[in-house]
Each structure stands twice: as C-alpha cells, then as structure tokens.
Design a protein around this ligand. Sequence first.
Ligand code: NAD
Length: 468
Amino acid sequence: MSDLYLRIVNTPVGKTAAQSLGLPAPVPLKRLKRTDQPFIEGDVLIGAANGGKAIAALGATLGASAATIHHASGSDRLHDSAKAGNKAQPMDLGSEVSEKFSALVFDATGIRNPEELRALYDFFHPTIKKLGTNARVLVIGQNPASCRKAPHAAAQQALEGFVRSVGKEIGKKGATANLLWMAPGAEKQLDSSVRFFLSARSAYVSGQVVRVSKSEPASATNPVAPLSGKVALVTGASRGIGSAIAQTLARDGATVIGLDIPPALEELEKVTGAIKGKALACDITDDKAPKLIADFVEEHFGGVDLVIHNAGITRDKTLGNMPEHFWDMTIAVNLSAEELIDEELAKRELLRANGRIVCISSISGIAGNFGQTNYSTAKSGVIGYVEAMARQVKNGVTINAIAPGFIETQMTAAMPLTIREAGRRMNSLSQGGLPVDVAEAIAWYCSPASGGVNGNVVRVCGQSLIGK
Ligand code: NAD
C-alpha cells in the first residue's frame, strides 16, 4: 500500500532520472499535522471581479487565518474587507513580487456575462506562476441555476472549465484548484468550505465544484473539536477508509460507533478501542441489520448525528461472465443497505436535527469501469440517492457523497500491478490518495458549519483524468 515510485522520484537521483525520461514527478502532498494548525499560512492574494458578493465573507474568513493577505487592486470592496481588520497589504498586480503565494482566491460572483470573464485572466495570468508547491486556487462563483439571464448563467458555468483546467496545470506542483458555487445570499455559509479548500485537509481534492446554499447560520463551534457531543455511525470501520473516517471523526470530538461484518470484529475492536468508541458486528445486507443498528443507536445514545455509509465491496467480472451473486451482493452492500438503514433511522426519528448523512460513491460510478458493471451501477445509484434525498431532508440535516479515486487501501493493493500503477498516476497530482484524504472531506461535510453544503458529490481523486 505504499507508493515506492513517489519516494524514489523525490530523491535527487530519482528527480533527475524522471526528468530526463519524461516520467511524472509527483510532489509529496502536505497533509494536516496538528488540528490546531492554522488553516492557511504564507502569502495569500485575494481579488474580485467588480461587484463580487463574497469578498467581505472571504475577508472575514481569511482574516482569521495565519496568512498575510494581499489584495489585488481595482475593487472597492476589497478595501472594505481590508478595513474589516485583516492584515491587508494592497498590491498592484503589475508589480514584481518575489514571494510565492500559498493561495490565490478570486471572487467571481460579480461576473455577469462572457466579456467579464476577462477578469479571470487579469487576476490569474500575472500570478499563477507565483504559486508555491502545495498551494491552493479557490474561485467563488454564483450557482448558474440561480442566474435568470442566459449570459449570466453562461459566464458562471464557464468558471467550471476554467478551474478544472487550472487544476490540471498546477497539479505538478502538488497544488489544487476548486470552485464554490454560492447560492444568492449564502455568503455566511462559505466559511467552512473556504477553510477546507484552502487547508492541508483538502490535499488530494482538486478540480471540484461545490454548491453552497443558504441555511440556518451555524452556532459557534469549537475549532479544534467541532464534532464534540456528536455521535457518529461509520460502516466498514475495521480497516481502510472506514478506519480513517472513524479516527478522524473521533479526533474532531465525535463518539464513534464502528460497524463491520462479524469476521472483522477483532480488527474493528482495535479501531474503536483506540478512539474510545463502540464496536457493532453486523452485516449490513442482513434483513435484520436496519433494526439491529437502530436498536443499538437508541439503546446506547438515544440517537445519532452522523451516519457514514462507507462499507463497500467490489466483485469484478465482465458482464457476460458475472455470476448472479456477484451482481446481487455488490448492489446490496454498496447501495440498497444504505437506503434501508436511513429509512429505519428516519422512521424511528433517531437521526437528530442538523444530522449529516455521507455516502461513498466512486469515480467508477461517474465514469464507468471495465469489469465493474455491478459496482459502477451501485455507485451511480448512490449519487442518485444523495441528490434525491438532499431535496427531502429536513431539520437542518444534509446528505452528500464522496467519490474517491485511487486511494491506497487493501482494496486497491489487490489490483494487478499495471492497473494499480495507472490508477495512481492518471490524475493531476500523479499519485494515489490516502484514506485520511477521504476522511478529512467527510469531516468537512459533518461540521456543524457546513449546513449549506447539501446534495454534493465531491471527488477525492487528485483530479483523476477519468470521468468528469
Ligand atoms: P476495504 O475493502 O478496505 O474496506 C471496506 C470495509 O467494508 C471492510 O472493512 C469490510 O469488511 C466492510 N464491509 C464489506 N461488506 C460489508 C457488509 N456487508 N457489512 C458490513 N461491512 C462490510 O475498502 P476501502 O478501500 O476502505 O473502501 C471504502 C469505501 O470506499 C467503499 O465503499 C469503496 O467502494 C469506496 N471506494 C474506495 C476506493 C479506493 O480506492 N480504495 C475508491 C473508490 C471508492
């Protein structure tokens, strides 16, 4: 499960060899070291197209960081935000600056037609080469679905192509580019997403578009333990991504119920024991599983706040060669079980107000994959489920999905070498992700401050070249 090539290529000899042979030279990604570390440091440049609606909110969020903020000249609102107490150092983009930027943040909500897209060029062209390694590009736009005029919708949709292309250009530096599409009036809901996408927590998330809608403002949260007082259910928690999710949610203060199949109980208890959680041995495809889970949650905690449907299996065969039970098992574990568990929890009113449901899809569910008709069907179904449920949830509950790309786990270690190597390299960051990358994205969805993030499918895939 370790990426030997990544280590070799980052030695002086390996670097030279990779360069001369034209091989990919992935940069080691900087991940979170301590929960109290500032979400961003270094020099951050922020700018806005005229009339940007998010700039004050951005100024407030960035003002709470450890970064030195430079404002691109040319917008009154920028200076308003500077007056709001940030460490602003107005900067003329035309001038030469020697420093490397740790982030470029652009409020594009004011762009109302294709001509005004020129603001992107004006801001990024002189600055993009000044991005440091592991840096961040973040663009804030307005959700095109909320734009009444066609030129407005076109210009806002255009941001998607821009950000995805920037991600592909800067990936070789271990840097990422993402887009937040804000609903009108959702400025106050941006904070948790801006923090996530600028931080080391999103090291393996690039080329993503997140819709942020208006929601009840979050009450003040403990920045180091934002999930304290919350109860989380994590399925498939004995190993791999599930074990990382359990540890990350516990790190953020949640009490975790880890669930896995009975044969995995010993491993599961090691995971839950280390985080003072509870272990529940259960096969989620068993007819009695929804009731068993609901009874457990009710008896021990009286309810649950965070439900993470992580358990999953692959049973690969081309369709013509696939035995019936491969199809049935894969759909049951990856899709049907989630729906039945949620239904039971909802029926018995065990999912608490402001609860979070997170499902795990896959890039196979977005792009399809050879030999995975069953798995891709199930993982596409997960996306349909999340999008439909997002329109139905009440009481501040949200539901979102993560679609991992190539993550270094036992599931991917079992792949044949050539397919594994291709999976690792075929993304903008030229490397596989770690289970913690998926877990950090889930922790962001679960934050009480992420109430405006609902119905999204975010890929944790280093911007895989496969699929959208
Ligand atoms: P893994 O095989 O290492 O872990 C899956 C866990 O789910 C195991 O502990 C397993 O025992 C449990 N599980 C399986 N069937 C179960 C059942 N019926 N009831 C209860 N638990 C059950 O897999 P992983 O790589 O950690 O993947 C976790 C999730 O991420 C899965 O949904 C998977 O489809 C998805 N995913 C993984 C990758 C990747 O690259 N690893 C990529 C895309 C999606």
